[in-house]
Design a protein around this ligand. Structure first.
Ligand code: ZN
Length: 180
């Protein structure tokens, strides 16, 4: 089922997600709905807060963004990205590498707004999945999307990470979005 994506200005986007204990049918249904919603909106990631749920759950699929490649390693070995997409991450924990990279980002909760965001170029992620657990390293768009989604799960939005000049130039658009 495709769910409504909440937009900037809705309080739930500022809520920290609760850790998920038992992975029951409700969580499975939510994950399936979020994947469907993300695909329908042509996004590469979606966090539970964006469909109104205060939970540590995010879905990702960067396999179709050929112009913005990603790489992924498990136990130090490169793995086929497509085999792990879409990805359901529950209670994810990220460890950020030191190297930084600036790249453009958008967000399904901020229609028509994009901005350059400084992120770690490489991340290590550990999370539960619907099947068990996963631990991997990522670069490229996957590393960026992981940081963007992990921020959502903590109530942090990509505009919080924009330079003050970039944010100031978007002030009018953000106000209009918030008023809706
Ligand atoms: Zn977002």
């Amino acid at each position: 089922m495709i769910r409504d994506i909440v937009k900037y200005g809705t309080p739930v986007l500022r809520a920290k997600g609760a850790a998920i204990g038992e992975i029951d049918d409700t969580i499975r249904a939510l994950a399936a709905d979020m994947i469907e919603t993300m695909r329908d909106a042509d996004g590469v990631g979606l966090a539970a807060q964006q469909v109104g749920e205060r939970l540590q759950l995010a879905v990702l699929d960067v396999s179709h963004a050929e112009e913005r490649p990603s790489a992924m390693w498990i136990k130090g070995e490169p793995v086929e990205l497509r085999a792990h997409m879409p990805m359901v991450l529950i209670n994810p924990v990220l460890e950020l590498g030191d190297e930084r990279e600036i790249g453009v980002e958008g967000c399904l909760s901020f229609p028509e707004i994009t901005g350059d965001i400084d992120r770690a170029a490489r991340v290590k992620a550990r999370a539960r999945t619907l099947e068990g657990e996963i631990e991997f390293e990522a670069t490229g768009l996957l590393a960026r999307a992981l940081q963007h989604e992990a921020d959502h799960l903590n109530g942090i939005l990509f505009i919080d990470r924009m330079s003050s000049a970039a944010k100031a130039s978007l002030a009018g658009k953000l106000k209009r979005l918030q008023r809706k």
